[in-house]
Design a protein around this ligand. Structure first.
Ligand code: AMP
Length: 368
């Protein structure tokens, strides 16, 4: 049996398992929690992701090791590489874990970003503000996610408070982007270097957390798709990347700026499970195993809504035509992603009323 070891056992791991089981793939996950949701679809080794011995136990006998969380210490990936292929590589983790390294690589590859500069001391923050102007966004170089570890500076008086909040670690200051909307592009690169991209999607965030993805992005044409692909293809080639990755983009009246990359399957690609010929999860597995990739074409129009803090009424959701419910079986907690729902339709016009019904149900649930 083909065996895949996955570092991390959250919902992304669970959905990798759900995609791989029909292909005859067996899974072993490493996660610090004995309740990790991926335990439903494979064996679970309980241990920290910085615990090289536990990671080696998870990887033992596997054909390939992959990960479903970009916070996996690169050292863990490096330590395993001697015995088993780790895909994507530890290098991709290192780049994605440091916003300065990541944005510097983007720019070196001709991928446009907001202007940015490193900030390592309080005086450098004043210099950075003088250089980039205000408003600007101060972010920790490492460890931020879902809008955490960042502060918007609107006038010079905000600098002290932002420094007090974030200044204990290395930072980056970015020019504030007055974007029209947020987009993302999810792509897969095979072991032979073949790259395939799913249609560019539009993402709506609230409180720093993704709420809704529309696929394809409303109004997306071939030119926008090509611009979005130019923000990810050179990156995947540069990293000799194997697997699925995502680049989050700001759409500034059609011009795209790259914000960050995720070296893994991504929340904005969940719609591909039902809405594309091949899902991001299946193609990730095909890529890391060196198998042929599947078509990334969309089947009509889809939308995905995250269920945050509470699951909506299941029966009411299932009564919506084209609706698919994904319950991660996680304990409810404020601001926690507990599941998602995807709705599909032949085209955007048919999708709209279905999505409206779905959003009403999600909103009606406690924390939605
Ligand atoms: P990030 O942690 O970089 O993904 O940022 C979280 C969210 O903050 C993004 O999805 C944007 O909505 C917003 N944001 C991040 N960077 C900027 C920026 N330079 N200008 C304006 N908004 C930003």
């Amino acid at each position: 049996m083909t065996k895949v070891a996955v570092l991390g056992g959250g919902q992304l791991g669970r959905m990798l398992g759900l995609a791989g089981i029909p292909l005859g793939i067996g899974f072993r996950f490493l996660d610090p929690s004995p309740d990790a949701t991926a335990r439903a679809v494979g064996d679970l080794v309980v241990g920290g992701l910085d615990d090289v011995a536990a990671a080696a136990k998870a990887a033992d006998g596997a054909d390939v090791v992959t990960y479903e969380w970009e916070g996996v210490p690169a050292e863990t990936a490096v330590a395993l590489t001697a015995d088993v292929p780790v895909r994507p590589s530890a290098w991709a983790l290192e780049v994605a874990q440091d916003r300065l390294v990541e944005k510097t690589m983007f720019q070196g590859l001709g991928i446009a970003t907001a202007p940015f500069t490193a900030v390592g001391a309080r005086a450098e923050l004043d210099d950075a503000i003088a250089q980039l102007g205000l408003p600007a966004v101060l972010k920790t170089r490492r460890g931020g996610y879902d809008g955490k570890g960042q502060a918007v500076l609107r006038d010079a008086g905000d600098a002290d408070a932002a420094w007090a909040e974030l200044g204990r670690v290395p930072l980056i200051l970015e020019g504030f982007v007055a974007f029209r909307r947020e987009l993302s592009i999810v792509a897969v690169r095979g072991l032979d270097g073949e790259v395939a991209c799913w249609p560019v999607v539009e993402n709506a965030h609230e409180g720093g957390i993704l709420r809704v993805t529309r696929a394809p992005a409303p109004g997306a044409d071939a030119a926008l798709q090509a611009r979005a692909e130019r923000c990810i293809r050179p990156l995947l080639d540069e990293l000799d990347y194997v697997g699925v990755a995502c680049v989050e983009l700001f759409d500034v009246d059609g011009a795209l700026l790259a914000n960050e990359m995720a070296p893994r399957v991504h929340n904005s690609g969940h719609w591909t499970i039902e809405g594309a010929d091949t899902s991001q999860f299946e193609n990730h597995l095909r890529a890391v195993l060196g198998w042929p990739l599947g078509s990334t074409a969309a089947r009509g129009a889809s939308a995905m809504v995250n269920c945050i803090g509470a699951m909506p009424d299941r029966d009411a959701l299932l009564a919506i035509p084209g609706a698919h419910v994904h319950d991660y079986e996680k304990a409810p907690r404020r601001a926690r992603k507990l599941g998602h729902v995807t709705v599909c339709a032949p085209d955007a016009d048919a999708l709209a009323p279905r999505l409206a019904s779905m959003q009403e149900l999600v909103r009606a649930s406690a924390d939605g």
